[in-house]
Write a protein that binds this ligand. Structure first.
Ligand code: PMV
Length: 335
């Protein structure tokens, strides 16, 4: 109920929940953190322990439509398939939509199309909740300030607050109990030569959700005590790398941060290990490429998939080494 009170309190000032439109629609990109969000100070409101910094994935993301339905429950269609109303996924969305209902008897029809594999550590939920927030803003014609859209998206999934923007984005953790100062802001630097490639090792739902993995890490990993320091150090270097367009510093900082996050998980009990043999083979191939003077680095989230960071000059070589890679030009492919 707290989420709903929070949202409704803000919407009072925006002629909220009066719509003349038949539906609202929006696109939001996925985002990949270069300095990760790992650990919450409030699990209901998705308030993080530290800041984080991400890169949005250009035209890879979610396109979402929202309107009312006559049914007595929300209907959710993902990539043409109706989600089971009893599934965990539907519950999560319905719980998010509860905060935005004009009254408890009003239900929504949500249709989302993604061009990324769902649940595979490729931030599909971030894109999904951000697109749904933007679609609600369109449906009700609120035209909310982006900080507030970012706060609302965060209530669905923490990292969704960064998917409100394109390019580099920093999520400011904030300190307020209700999270009114915990939102993302864009970093206005464009870097058209910067590329990412997604290597999908496994596109199935991960064995442990990031929500549970975070809780398990925070409550049981002794290495988590040093995580806020690691983030502070890495954020400083990452911002310097972005400012000076120093690719090697960006790549090295992102890779170290991702490995440090994996290390905190490995030191949890029960231990959390998302890597599969293929993930490790890719990591070793990347290190070998660097030993041979190709500047390529990686990052990894709560899953076995690996995301490469490199510059456009090396695109053809990377394609030859990883023929199945999904190539992303975060700045060139902005829709
Ligand atoms: O927003 P969530 O609950 O899906 O958590 C995302 C966590 C990571 O992807 C591992 C890191 C991040 O900052 O996106």
């Amino acid at each position: 109920m707290y989420k709903r009170q929070f949202v409704q309190n803000y919407l009072k000032d925006f002629d909220a929940l009066l719509t003349t439109k038949t539906y609202g629609e929006a696109f939001a990109p996925s985002n990949i953190a270069l300095v990760k969000y790992w650990g919450k100070r409030d699990t209901d409101l998705n308030l993080p322990v530290t800041n984080s910094l991400s890169l949005s994935l250009g035209n890879l993301g979610a396109q979402t439509k929202v309107c009312y339905t006559d049914q007595n429950h929300d209907t959710i269609i993902v990539n043409g398939i109706e989600a089971d109303t009893h599934s965990k996924f539907s519950h999560r969305l319905t719980e998010f939509l509860d905060a935005f209902r004009p009254n408890p008897q009003t239900f929504y029809h949500v249709e989302t199309n993604t061009n990324i594999p769902i649940g595979a550590g490729l931030a599909s939920s971030a894109a999904g909740f951000a697109a749904l927030t933007l679609a609600l803003d369109d449906f009700y014609n609120w035209r909310l300030p982006t900080e507030l859209l970012s706060i609302f998206a965060r209530l669905g999934s923490g990292s969704a607050c960064r998917s409100i923007y394109t390019g580099f984005v920093e999520w400011q953790a904030g300190t307020a109990k209700d999270g009114h100062d915990s939102y993302a802001v864009p970093i206005t630097v464009t870097w058209p030569e910067l590329c990412m490639a997604v290597l999908v090792v496994n596109d199935q739902e991960k064995y442990l959700s990031s929500r549970k993995a975070m809780q398990q890490t925070v409550s049981s990993s002794i290495l988590y005590q040093s995580w806020p320091q690691q983030v502070e150090h890495d954020l400083h270097l990452m911002k310097m790398a972005i400012d000076q367009k120093d690719f090697e510093l960006l790549g090295k900082t992102a890779e170290q941060n991702a490995l440090a996050m994996q290390a905190t998980m490995l030191a949890s009990w029960p231990p959390i290990l998302y890597n599969q043999p293929e993930s490790l083979a890719i990591i070793q191939a990347i290190w070998q490429m660097r030993a041979n003077d190709t500047p390529v680095y990686f990052t990894q989230d709560a899953g076995p998939n690996i995301k490469l960071l490199f510059l456009e000059n090396d695109m053809e070589y990377i394609k030859a080494c990883f023929p199945n890679a999904i190539m992303v030009r975060p700045f060139a492919d902005i829709p």
